[in-house]
Design a protein around this ligand. Structure first.
Ligand code: NOS
Ligand code: ZN
Length: 373
């Protein structure tokens, strides 16, 4: 049966609002807000600049490109427009459920308050949903509020999250440079969130290894891991770390998953079914993974971790959910049943009430993936 990745329903849990602007919108907003620092003045050149600059091999340099998206997202109108377009773009991409994240503290330069930022984005998300459903789409969207790990506002952002829970906001995250900024720096924020029954994920195991993942889970209590690719540092095959030869490990896992030995942290993540929000193209750009072919997501999928597939930053990676899925099919041998698995995994792991998750899994995902078999 033909695999039409574009029309299959997809679920994305890890997509940054400020990493997904349309290049034309960046230009419009820069003009409107008097932002003069853009590196290009024409749509194609700007699009190329973002993906080339992000292709840096380093997370810190990759993150520098966000100066120009955050720079033009400083008014309520701009935030609502970006949020609205994000939803219609995701719907167009075949996404049926999305959690979109951004850091409210980065949008205060023109005098907005944190609450105004959240309300503007929520309005845009609602408008996007309405627009998409008018066009026959069926997307549902939630927002995750991110605190920047190098800054010191995580407690405020945790409180902001709890204040807005249940409207559009569904959880909390920390992002930004990982090396030198361990998750435990933000322990009070995570304690506060747990005491208020709020969901959170943590970017961990992208630009730093196992200690970051361990802290995120065992000290902070993260329900999910943003990336988590470095979990491979805790997996061995025939006594050698799998990272030494990922292509060989991936080939072996497809037929002989029992040959691998998991260290205590990898075993914990697998046994507790902790969801991994994996973002192949982004990881290749920042150097967290060597290539799409040798990306650990395929190994972890075959070892039965709860793996999900995500975009991270559609603008910086010039990507979409359809493209990420197609890349895995074309370059890493993924099948329709693999795509079904990551979509169901993602929906199981969403920060949405259980009954709503189940309704999407049973009513949308399974019928579409199982159609015609
Ligand atoms: O892959 C990533 N790793 C760490 N931080 C990231 C990544 N992608 C984006 N951001 C950071 O998250 C902020 C809020 O959306 C962005 O401004 C960017 O600095
Ligand atoms: Zn991210």
């Amino acid at each position: 049966m033909e695999l039409d990745v574009a029309t299959l329903p997809k679920v994305v849990l890890h997509d940054h609002l400020d990493g997904g602007l349309r290049p034309a919108t960046v230009l419009d907003l820069a003009r409107e807000q008097g932002y003069a620092a853009l590196p290009a003045t024409e749509v194609d050149a700007l699009a190329a600049w973002f993906s080339e600059a992000a292709d840096s091999g380093s997370l810190v340099r990759y993150l520098e490109t966000f100066d120009h998206t955050v720079g033009v997202m400083q008014t309520e109108e701009a935030l609502a427009r970006v949020a609205r377009e994000c939803v219609t773009d995701l719907a167009q991409d075949g996404v049926v459920y999305a959690e979109v994240r951004y850091a409210p503290e980065q949008h205060l330069r023109h005098g907005l308050t944190l609450d105004q930022v959240v309300e503007a984005v929520n309005r845009g998300l609602r408008e996007g949903e309405e627009e998409a459903s008018g066009a026959g789409g069926r997307i549902r969207v939630r927002a995750i509020l991110t605190a920047m790990r190098h800054a010191a506002r995580s407690e405020e952002i945790a409180e902001l999250t709890v204040r807005h829970l249940g409207e559009k906001v569904c959880g909390f995250d920390i992002a930004g440079a990982e090396d030198g900024f361990p998750p435990t720096r933000h322990l009070p924020a995570f304690d506060y969130l747990r005491h208020h029954n709020a969901h959170f994920t943590i970017h961990a195991g992208e630009a730093f290894g196992l200690p970051s993942i361990w802290e995120a889970i065992q000290w902070c209590g993260a329900e999910r891991l943003g990336h988590g690719v470095r979990l491979v540092d805790d997996i061995t095959l025939d006594g050698a770390p799998v990272g030494e030869d990922l292509p060989a490990a991936i080939a072996r896992a497809a037929t002989d998953p029992g040959a691998f030995e998991l260290g205590p942290l990898a075993a914990y993540v697998k046994d507790r079914r902790i969801p991994l929000e994996m973002c192949p193209s982004s990881n290749v750009q920042t150097g967290a993974a060597p290539s799409i072919e040798a990306h650990p997501v395929t190994l972890l999928k075959d070892l039965h971790f709860r793996v999900t597939l995500n975009t991270d930053n559609r603008l910086m990676s010039a990507t979409s959910m359809t493209r990420e899925a197609q890349l895995m099919v074309d370059r890493a041998g993924w099948t329709r049943s693999d795509l079904r698995r990551v979509a169901v995994n993602a929906m199981k792991s969403a920060f949405l009430p259980f009954d709503e998750r189940l309704a999407i899994i049973e009513g949308v995902l399974k019928p579409a993936y199982d159609d015609g078999r």
